[in-house]
Design a binder for this molecule. Structure first.
Ligand code: C5P
Length: 244
């Protein structure tokens, strides 16, 4: 894959104006733009088509978790919107994941378009071992074991990949094989600020561990020169600069 296509820029803004400015500036330097609850709920689904028209692709990060029929229907709508990827919670269960995977493929075939990638979110990285036991009543499995079990279940259900912490890449790659897509946030080049991210990984290390795509926000959007920052990350992924 082209290194540029591995970069997913997090559009963590809430106005149309800020989002479009970033898309216009960065579409040639990143593979896709991640639109999450903040932006989607501020300005609505038309942003997906608008980004497409500006030459960008969209990862709709809304983490669906509902009954199979509802999530299947939502997946169908996102397919019509021609997003590039979207995600659902593996905690919604096997049937929910099978349904959404099926609906997406059916709708894409009917429209004659490429289906979006459907990704699973396993255990959120904000959930601690203690919360898993005391609030979710999961006994006998630690976070990592549950993450891998849910990643395998997502694959068996027909999903294309997962979103996970860099710390989980290797275990998921081993369990799910080379074709399964792995998308990871928490990425910081050696030259950028950590911000509020606690466990960070460089783009090169994430790639080396087996990630397919990296969600990157502030190291690019808050840089003095966002285009130059994106280009520097591309070079790091190509191995053509001195990545640490
Ligand atoms: O600006 P930064 O590079 O930290 O942005 C990372 C993006 O990835 C944000 O949109 C954040 O919500 C998302 N994310 C994350 N860590 C997770 C899951 C998602 O940083 N565990």
């Amino acid at each position: 894959m082209n290194p540029k296509d591995r970069i997913i820029l997090a559009l963590d803004v809430d106005t149309h104006e800020e989002a479009i400015k970033l898309v216009k500036e960065l579409a040639p330097y990143v593979g896709a733009f991640k639109i999450g609850m903040q932006l989607y709920n501020s300005i609505g689904p038309a942003i997906v088509q608008e980004v497409n028209q500006l030459g960008g692709r969209v990862f709709v990060d809304l983490k669906f978790h509902d009954i199979p029929n509802t999530v299947g229907a939502a997946g169908k709508v996102l397919t019509r919107l021609q997003c590039h990827m979207f995600n659902v919670h593996a905690a919604g269960g096997r049937e929910m994941m099978q349904r959404v995977a099926g609906e997406v493929k059916k709708e894409a075939a009917a429209l004659g378009i490429e289906p979006p990638l459907v990704l699973a979110v396993t255990v959120l990285t904000s959930i601690s071992e203690q919360q898993l036991k005391e609030e979710m009543y999961v006994e006998g499995l630690n976070v990592r074991e549950l993450v891998v079990k849910w990643a395998v279940m997502a694959k068996e259900s027909g999903l294309d990949g997962v979103v996970c912490s860099p710390r989980e890449i290797t275990a998921i790659r081993d369990a799910c094989g080379a074709e399964f897509k792995i998308v990871t946030p928490g990425i910081r080049p050696s030259w950028s600020e950590a911000n509020d991210q606690k466990r960070i990984t460089t783009p090169w290390d994430a790639l080396d561990m087996g990630a397919d795509y990296m969600v990157i926000g502030r190291p690019i959007t808050q840089a003095d020169n966002p285009r130059a920052a994106a280009m520097r990350i591309i070079e790091e992924l190509e191995g053509t600069n001195d990545a640490e």
